[in-house]
Design a binder for this molecule. Structure first.
Ligand code: SF4
Ligand code: SF4
Length: 399
């Protein structure tokens, strides 16, 4: 796609990269069929091809009207379109660059501005977020229904299976994640017990920082990059003494795996060395054997795992090997509507996507739904009484 870059943008940071991505799109439209927002809204501009045209227009005019911004804001950044695209268009990266430009060219509705700031001030700080979450859980019974639905129930400590500790022949760092640590602490306990049973000694970072994904995807690139650099500074000195760095929330995992693309040359080499050792927990446990009662399970693979990290079908294999019955569901490629902060910023669309996803996951009446990212877990759970949990809990918990 030929783009005539506006003279004021020529030579600016990341513009050449955006132009190169635009050039790789051949307008075939294959991506439209797998785009959740296009499926829901049926407007070309709410699908990847239309949004790519909007970004092209932004680069050519150095401006954007409110309506175009709305179409781009409705994008989940689920990257289903990337998995479908035969030309390898890096749509997610293009959107990140566009959103950075939009910050100074578009005035967002006040509601979005306020919510974005609140999210950035609270979520990446586990102590603040944890305290607010506990407060919300305390007053949940008296909150209006539409707010109470957004506050997850307090996760009580769960009894873990008595998994034998394997003799530790390797050491790993387990990343705990900001939201997961506060909202579903049982997940990290479950993962630790599975790792120990698989012969891993588990270590943690003393003051684990946020991966930077939340700020970065909410268009505060400066803060996002600063958080990324801090995590690189924490992890790099430990690299030689560990076999792997384990991420269990796929949203954090995909962000860290993209550090070399995002960080500048002063951090790129260290970031690449870290990424060489970063694995999703499903990659690490792929060859391990566990046992589970023959429970009927529906699996929701988060977009950040299947489209972002290109890991698909592994959870099903591990669970089936353990004795679970995996029930089929259709539209597995579609986003559940959680998408990081999307369920807060675009609640109506997120709810429609969640209900569509739950309809497909619950079709065969599973006893439990499992997923691999805390955001999907909480968002799906807000729409069903069927338990939704991280897949590792199914193997580690006494059910
Ligand atoms: S992004 Fe890919 S699939 Fe979509 S129109 Fe462009 S080339 Fe075709
Ligand atoms: S990232 Fe997802 S919502 Fe956005 S254009 Fe691609 S498929 Fe559609």
């Amino acid at each position: 796609m030929q783009t005539n870059i506006h003279p004021d943008l020529v030579g600016k940071d990341k513009i050449a990269e955006a132009e190169e991505i635009l050039r790789s799109c051949v307008h075939c439209g294959f991506c439209m069929a797998t785009c959740p927002t296009y499926q829901l809204l049926g407007d070309e501009l709410d699908g990847p091809r239309g949004r790519i045209y909007l970004v092209k227009n932004l680069l050519e005019t150095n401006s954007m009207d409110d309506q175009s911004a709305t179409h781009l804001d409705r994008c989940l950044t689920c990257r289903s379109c990337e998995t479908t695209c035969p030309s390898g268009v890096r749509y997610g990266r293009l959107l990140d660059i566009a959103r950075d430009l939009m910050v100074t060219r578009v005035r967002r509705p006040l509601r979005i501005e306020v919510l974005s700031r609140l999210l950035r001030w609270t979520v990446p700080h586990p102590r603040v977020f944890g305290a607010l979450l506990r407060l919300g859980q305390l007053v949940r019974p008296v909150l209006p229904m539409f707010i109470a639905g957004k506050v997850p129930l307090r996760q009580t400590s769960v009894a873990l299976n008595d998994l034998p500790n394997g003799s530790a022949d390797k050491t790993v760092i387990l990343l705990q994640g900001c939201v997961q640590r506060a909202a579903t602490p049982g997940v990290n306990e479950a993962i630790q017990s599975l790792l120990q049973a698989s012969g891993c000694a588990v270590e943690y970072l003393t003051e684990e920082g946020c991966c930077g994904g939340l700020d970065y995807h909410l268009s505060d690139h400066e803060t996002g990059v600063r958080r990324m650099q801090t995590l690189v500074d924490q992890l790099y000195p430990r690299l030689d003494s560990v076999e792997a760095i384990v991420s269990s929330a796929s949203g954090c995992g995909v962000t860290i795996k993209e550090y070399p693309e995002i960080l500048d040359s002063s951090y790129a080499d260290r970031a690449a060395a870290i990424v060489d050792k970063v694995v999703d927990i499903s990659e690490l446990l792929d060859q391990e054997s566990f046992t589970c009662r023959p429970i009927r399970v529906a699996v929701h693979t988060p977009c950040t795992l299947q489209h972002g990290q290109q890991i698909d079908g592994v959870i099903e294999q591990i669970l089936a090997r353990a004795g679970c019955e995996i029930v089929p569901s259709n539209e597995g490629h579609l986003c559940c509507g959680s998408a990081g902060t999307y369920s807060v910023l675009q609640p109506k669309l997120a709810e429609r996507l969640r209900d569509r996803k739950l309809g497909s996951l619950l079709r065969e009446e599973p006893e439990v739904i499992v997923t691999a990212n805390v955001g999907c877990q909480l968002h799906l759970q807000s729409g069903t009484g069927t338990p939704v949990m991280h897949w590792t809990e199914l193997l580690a918990r006494q059910l």
